[in-house]
Design a protein. Structure first.
Length: 498
């Protein structure tokens, strides 16, 4: 669906987005005021954190040469963001000194726990905001062998450079197929399922069309009402996953777990669903297992069942999904953008919201999680929720001002529990300036959520990435175990059924 938005509307919404990204912090406890250098910063900075492992040691000089001929040519990655009028910001081109952007710490290759060190290193750099005096990105290169890679790279980029999907396309435009160094990666294109009736009965076709439109209108109205209610008073249940006020300023812990994409595809094909349906089902199952354990702390260990467990009844737990109304132009367009040194007119962030509920309950049949997830997703697909939550910002901005629009956005996020994304990655192995990639592990921080989960597919792998506040989730590796075990139980149930 094409969406036309007049220039004045775009400028107004970009004001709102800037107010959101630079929204004043909410009040927090004194312990939160000791969180490091960000404590002296009155702004919330949403950062995309693109981790990746390589199969070889990283040569920094080769990486810098590659960046100079590609990423640095992108206008946003070679510009400063400076104040213009009010909260408006403008981009001003500048000379990029790669020595200030590519960070290569001197590391002891024989340290005892390299995986723990990498995890701590990535966590520690979240304490510091992106330096606004230079283009808003940096790349950390860690030549340290871990359990899954020979070296690790971490790209930090301010969200104003683009949304997660756009930045992933841009990053992949800097890579090439390992088997064909001149070819860009191949990323599957999602196709929409047809909702048209195959019946030759004309009356039946008309009925189906009318019913489809009725459902679309009804679902959109209900979703908008839920959005408004959430922005004012409707909060998620206070579970252990909910963050305390000011959680956007706390240090985050990033962990990831690699599972088999083939296992997910097996479930997908057997149940005639999508990969997104399966990963949402796995997420619901994993969160249910994890929360059941957390609520059962200190109690006698007993086997939990659907009928008898530690979970409170009717938990409301929703994920806030930010949807870019401007669809990504893809890898090819991103590569051409860097070649021409010109930014696409559709580049940037124009975001709508989707509030996605998760059913938190134990199920005796693991496949029920996937069936429930599919029903939820199918319902959300048949709604213009993202478009209208995006459009609703304009009258709020016009009649109540930027602060009101920013406060509404802050309420929406803080009244939900988590953020979720599922990104489709390359089907074949790729190389980053000659360095074969072992895995991709992108994430985000700076949102007022204590728990963010991202799924990233790559070749035959699915990488589950968690970004957590450890006050809320002190054991993120255990949560990864629960997610991995949930996938195994779902797969085993499918195999047993076949």
């Amino acid at each position: 669906m094409d969406i036309h938005i007049d220039d004045q509307g775009v400028r107004s919404r970009m004001k709102t987005l800037k107010a959101i990204v630079t929204n004043k912090r909410c009040s927090s406890s004194s312990s939160r005021r000791e969180e490091g250098s960000r404590e002296n910063n009155n702004e919330t900075n949403i950062i995309v954190n693109g981790g990746h492992g390589t199969k070889t040691t990283i040569n920094p000089d080769v990486i810098k040469a590659g960046l100079a001929n590609s990423l640095v040519k992108h206008p946003r990655f070679s510009s400063l963001q400076v104040p213009s009028k009010g909260v408006e910001m403008k981009w001003v081109r500048t000379e990029v000194n790669l020595e200030n952007h590519v960070i290569v710490p001197d590391l002891d290759a024989n340290m005892d726990s390299p995986d723990k060190f990498v995890e701590d290193y990535i966590s520690n750099i979240t304490k510091n905001p992106i330096d606004m005096s230079k283009p808003l990105w940096e790349l950390h290169l860690l030549n340290l062998k871990t359990a899954e890679a020979e070296a690790v790279g971490v790209l930090r980029a301010h969200h104003s450079l683009g949304d997660g999907t756009s930045l992933m396309s841009l990053l992949l435009a800097c890579t090439r197929k390992t088997a064909d160094p001149n070819a860009l990666p191949t990323v599957p294109v999602m196709t929409k399922r047809s909702v048209c009736s195959k019946s030759s009965n004309r009356f039946w076709q008309i009925f189906v069309a009318i019913w489809t439109v009725f459902q679309l209108v009804r679902n959109t109205i209900v979703d908008i009402l839920m959005f408004i209610a959430t922005s004012i008073f409707l909060k998620d249940t206070e579970t252990p996953l909910k963050g305390a006020p000011g959680v956007e300023f706390t240090t985050k812990r990033f962990v990831h777990r690699i599972v088999s994409l083939d296992d997910i595809k097996l479930v997908k094909n057997a149940m005639n669903m999508t990969i997104n349906d399966v990963v949402l089902g796995v997420t619901a199952a994993g969160l249910s297992r994890y929360l059941n354990r957390r609520y059962g702390e200190g109690k006698k260990d007993e086997e939990a069942t659907e009928e008898k467990n530690n979970l409170p009844k009717d938990i409301r737990l929703r994920s806030n999904i930010l949807v870019n109304i401007r669809p990504s132009k893809g890898i090819q367009a991103s590569a051409k953008m860097m070649e021409k040194h010109k930014i696409d007119a559709n580049w940037g962030n124009l975001l709508g919201y989707v509030l996605l509920p998760f059913t938190i309950a134990l199920r005796n049949n693991p496949l029920d999680y996937v069936r429930e997830a599919k029903a939820t997703i199918d319902r959300k697909k048949n709604s213009y929720e993202a478009l209208y939550t995006f459009l609703i910002s304009e009258p709020i901005l016009k009649f109540f001002g930027i602060k009101a629009a920013a406060a509404l956005t802050h309420n929406i996020i803080t009244h939900t529990t988590m953020s979720f994304s599922n990104l489709i990655g390359p089907q074949e192995e790729i190389s980053f300036y000659g360095h074969p990639i072992a895995y991709l592990a992108p994430s985000t921080y700076g949102l007022p959520h204590a728990f963010i989960i991202n799924y990233q597919s790559y070749v035959n792998k699915m990488i589950i990435v968690l970004a957590v506040d450890q006050d809320a989730v002190p054991d993120p590796h255990q949560l990864c175990d629960d997610l991995e075990e949930s996938l195994k139980l779902i797969k085993d149930a499918v195999v047993a059924k076949c």
